[in-house]
Design a protein around this ligand. Structure first.
Ligand SMILES: CC(C)(COP(=O)(O)OP(=O)(O)OC[C@H]1O[C@@H](n2cnc3c(N)ncnc32)[C@H](O)[C@@H]1OP(=O)(O)O)[C@@H](O)C(=O)NCCC(=O)NCCS
Length: 167
């Protein structure tokens, strides 16, 4: 049995260890990492999966900038290898997306495999609408709108919030 709980400060070391284990050092070179780099994940949208007192999975969301607007970006989502295929990933997403919707956000973006994220309603955003600041396979750029038209204004440069901030 898994519980999905808000992330606590004492989970951070175990989450970092799980991200290292699953993604390796290559994660620091990914565009999705750079889009989040230096920006603290939103604590009220960070959840963990726990079983028998141990961390089994994690989901976080960070703000990014699209066309100068702040938009929610889902990731990383990770589940321990031995706990996969039991619905933990989808449960983490459902909990995180419910909390994200409750913030009043219009939509969420992510970079990932469309067939998996379609399970919770994500669809490809479509080519050419937004321009990532690094290489991203356009077919992996996915979006979920929380309300009709929630994606309509999503156009332009897709960057880290820090890169978009005036200096
Ligand atoms: C992707 C991940 C989070 C899924 O976690 P999970 O707890 O196993 O997912 P669930 O149990 O909710 O769903 C499992 C189902 O999704 C499918 N699935 C898992 N990853 C998939 C993928 N990349 N593409 C398509 N389907 C996928 C499984 O085959 C399984 O299908 P079934 O229900 O028909 O048997 C987990 O595999 C993981 O941590 N992977 C490594 C990190 C990663 O890739 N994170 C996502 C970044 S894009």
């Amino acid at each position: 049995m898994f519980s999905i709980c808000p992330e606590r400060s004492c989970d951070v070391a175990a989450i970092d260890a799980l991200l290292d284990e699953v993604f390796g050092p290559g994660r620091f070179a990914r565009t999705a990492y750079h889009l989040r780099e230096g920006v603290t994940p939103i604590s009220e949208l960070s959840f963990v999966a726990i079983a028998e007192g141990k961390l089994r999975g994690s989901i976080r969301f960070s703000p990014v900038s699209v066309g100068g607007r702040e938009v929610l970006f889902l990731g990383p989502l990770v589940v321990k290898q031995e706990d996969r295929g039991k619905g933990v990933g989808v449960d983490l997403m459902k909990r995180g997306l419910k909390a994200a919707k409750a913030t009043g956000a219009a939509s969420v973006l992510l970079v990932g495999d469309a067939p998996y994220y379609a399970r919770v309603g994500f669809k490809p955003l479509g080519r050419g609408r937004i321009i990532p600041s690094g290489p991203i396979d356009p077919d992996r750029l996915l979006a979920l709108e929380f309300q009709p038209g929630g994606l309509d204004d999503l156009r332009g440069p897709f960057t880290s919030l820090l890169a978009a901030s005036p200096v």
